[in-house]
Design a protein around this ligand. Sequence first.
Ligand SMILES: Nc1ncnc2c1ncn2[C@@H]1O[C@H](COP(=O)(O)OP(=O)(O)OP(=O)(O)O)[C@@H](O)[C@H]1O
Ligand SMILES: [Mg+2]
Length: 148
Amino acid sequence: MKQINEMKLQIPGKSANESFARAALSAFAAQLDPTIDELADIKTAVSEAVTNCIVHGYRDEIGPVYIHAKLYEDNTLTIKIRDKGCGIPDIKQAMEPLFTTCTTGERAGLGFAVMQSFMDKVRVTSKPGKGTCVVLTKKLLSKGAGNA
Ligand SMILES: Nc1ncnc2c1ncn2[C@@H]1O[C@H](COP(=O)(O)OP(=O)(O)OP(=O)(O)O)[C@@H](O)[C@H]1O
Ligand SMILES: [Mg+2]
């Protein structure tokens, strides 16, 4: 499938940048003329993935979060969100609804479940000690102005 546009973003994993990442992705996706629901879905999924990099990937440190979004001519949007943090030892277990390694009770263990319900596809790769990469894919129903 032909790629029609892309954008790359690198931000320090600070919580202030979570809303920035969400807004940036929303602005990028806007060229496809998405519905309000589609935009809300994308923003929520991006928030969850970026928050995971900040909270789990880097824990008490601040490290870089890399975002690479691509638009394809069939209105498919892919968003790659990557950190160089601690990594995930068991991805299958991490993606199970309600699984969390958070012990303070602040987290529900639903981030991946939310990403999966709001996007068409969620692919996770990770290496303990090296980092984690999440690729979110969604085909938008909108007619798309992306060729302009
Ligand atoms: N980028 C990451 N780096 C390291 N571990 C991660 C990363 N993303 C997720 N995990 C692990 O996967 C688990 C499940 O993630 P998920 O987002 O589903 O739930 P949560 O973050 O614990 O809770 P919630 O998202 O509901 O606040 C996390 O508790 C964490 O152990
Ligand atoms: Mg989470």
